[in-house]
Design a protein around this ligand. Structure first.
Ligand code: NAP
Length: 478
């Protein structure tokens, strides 16, 4: 279904994110017929590019980041006709009148701030001063949204000086993933799970975001952040909220976000002994974290695992284990919900028994798996075995799987539609920092050092112990 025609200005249009995700994503939506031909995309950055030079850059980005079978020369040419460029310094005065002159009445106006957060205030102010952003205009902002509660509040205040909350789209691309939205469909469109979705029946929840890459190339930036700020406070927290939230009264942006906010507010801080931080060691011909961050004394974590509890009626007693790290064995993101044992076993041979686990895979192979017990086929008597009820989207959709929009594509289309459901609200971001800040301050005050772990492993030893202590095991990262 096509969205309304729009003018989309991408500040930072020549940057890495625009080249890798935003522009190729828009081309794919154009190809799919979702971006109307009346739409315009305007790149903006300080560089002195002509429209033609920018189009050339966009063509190269499409060639590099869109698979060959999705590249159609005619469609690319038609897409590029809708692309232009204005040279603007977010902190300067030049270029704004030219931008104002390019904006058209009667179409949706959206401004993607794909620049450093330090420039958000300058952009917001100048868009207003030049009358470019009207009351319907939308702005899209990228992570990191602050590095603590104080800086997140300051950013919210800077944006709120010129835009209403309903105009501000804070991106967390995890929320744009097909499986993440499917999690809501599975929970709230079926009767099967919701009655069991509580501490009484759920033993524990694991959320894993494992990466194989290190921080090489952006080590200096990362060293000021670390896994807690870079991944847990935003992405893992959002996933946790979608699992733990109460059913919203409607699939409506504020109804959903109200419920997520309640989860964050009910989330206890983990005890110091329930937090494990790690740093990858050198190996595989590559330097370790301290070499990549160029800070031999660094205490920043490239890995974190923690156990936390949600203090409310539904979840009292069910631990949530979160872990994320770099240079691990495989690139894999998943949520695993492990159910409790049946109250009584009627089978003599209970050896084969395993818990039911609902696995929601974000990558690779987005899909869901429900681990079920059945009778082992054959004449061997009543022996139990576990089999997956497998729903891989690629299998379910066949050739159409290629057309599933990636997270950025979907989120940009949601901006044009004016649907904020999959974007973080200001109070949510602040609540998540209010949870994370004292945890970080705690390990800083204690002077904790991260534990080294081998690249290609599944993380530090202590992280395994975090689970073993509770008689549980992490799922294998593969
Ligand atoms: P980048 O590659 O450094 O690009 C920055 C862009 O901003 C360039 O187009 C640059 O062009 C422009 N720019 C810099 N200063 C400017 C100014 N004063 N006025 C106008 N334009 C200016 O950065 P990026 O990786 O694309 O990241 C952009 C934002 O997205 C950052 O907030 C980042 O944290 C966030 N983000 C990036 C990724 C990613 O994968 N790259 C992922 C998540 C979030 P000129 O130098 O010509 O002005």
């Amino acid at each position: 279904i096509p969205v309304e025609p729009f003018d989309l200005v991408i500040f930072g249009g020549t940057g890495d994110l625009a080249r890798r995700k935003i522009l190729p994503g828009l081309y794919r939506r154009f190809l799919a017929g979702q971006m109307p031909v009346e739409s315009r995309i305007i790149g903006a950055a300080r560089g002195d590019l002509t429209d033609e030079a920018f189009r050339q850059m966009v063509a190269e980005a499409i060639a590099e980041f869109v698979p060959g079978d999705r590249r159609d020369d005619k469609m690319i040419a038609a897409f590029l006709e809708r692309v232009g460029f204005v040279s603007i310094d977010a902190k300067g005065t030049g270029g704004w009148d030219q931008l104002a002159a390019r904006m058209r009445p009667g179409v949706v106006r959206a401004f993607y701030f794909s620049v450093a957060p330090a420039l958000f205030g300058d952009l917001a102010e100048r868009l207003h001063a030049h009358g470019i952003a009207d009351a319907q205009a939308r702005i899209v902002v990228e992570k990191p949204f602050g590095r603590d509660l104080a800086s997140a509040r300051a950013l919210n205040a800077v944006l709120a000086a010129h835009f209403d909350e309903h105009q501000i789209y804070r991106i967390d691309h995890y929320l744009g993933k097909e499986t993440v939205q499917n999690l809501m469909a599975v929970r709230f469109a079926n009767i099967l799970f919701e009655p069991l979705w509580k501490a009484e029946y759920i033993d524990h929840v694991q959320i894993t975001v494992a990466e194989t890459v290190g921080v090489e190339g952006r080590g200096a930036y990362y060293d000021k952040s670390g896994a807690m700020r870079d991944m847990v406070q935003n992405h893992l927290m959002q996933l946790l909220c979608l699992i733990a939230m109460e059913p919203p009264y409607h699939f409506d942006p504020d109804a959903v976000r109200d419920e997520k906010l309640k989860v964050i507010r009910a989330l206890d801080a983990p005890l110091p002994e329930d937090i494990v931080r790690g740093q990858y060691l050198p190996g595989g011909g590559q330097g370790g974290y301290v070499e990549h961050s160029e800070n031999p004394q660094s205490r920043t974590e490239s890995y974190i695992a923690l156990k936390c509890h949600i203090s409310n009626w539904r979840w009292k007693g069910t631990p949530f284990y979160l872990r994320t790290g770099k240079r691990l064995r495989a690139r894999a993101s998943e949520i695993a919900i492990t159910f409790k044992e049946p109250p009584h076993s009627i089978f003599d041979d209970a050896k084969g028994w395993r818990e039911n686990v609902l696995v929601i895979r974000l990558q690779p192979n987005e899909g869901m798996n429900l681990m079920m017990m059945i009778k082992e086929p054959g004449p061997g008597g009543m022996r139990l075995m576990q089999v997956p009820l497998d729903m891989s989207f690629a299998d379910a959709l066949g050739a159409d799987a290629e057309d599933i929009p990636d997270a950025y594509e979907r989120l940009i289309m949601d901006v044009i539609r004016g649907n904020q459901t999959l974007f973080m609200r200001g109070d949510e971001v602040e609540a998540a920092w209010a949870w994370a800040d004292p945890i970080i301050a705690g390990w800083e005050a204690r002077g904790d050092r991260p534990q080294g772990y081998d690249p290609g492993s599944s993380g530090p030893e202590d992280a395994l112990m975090l689970m073993h202590r509770d008689g549980r095991r992490w799922r294998e990262i593969k």
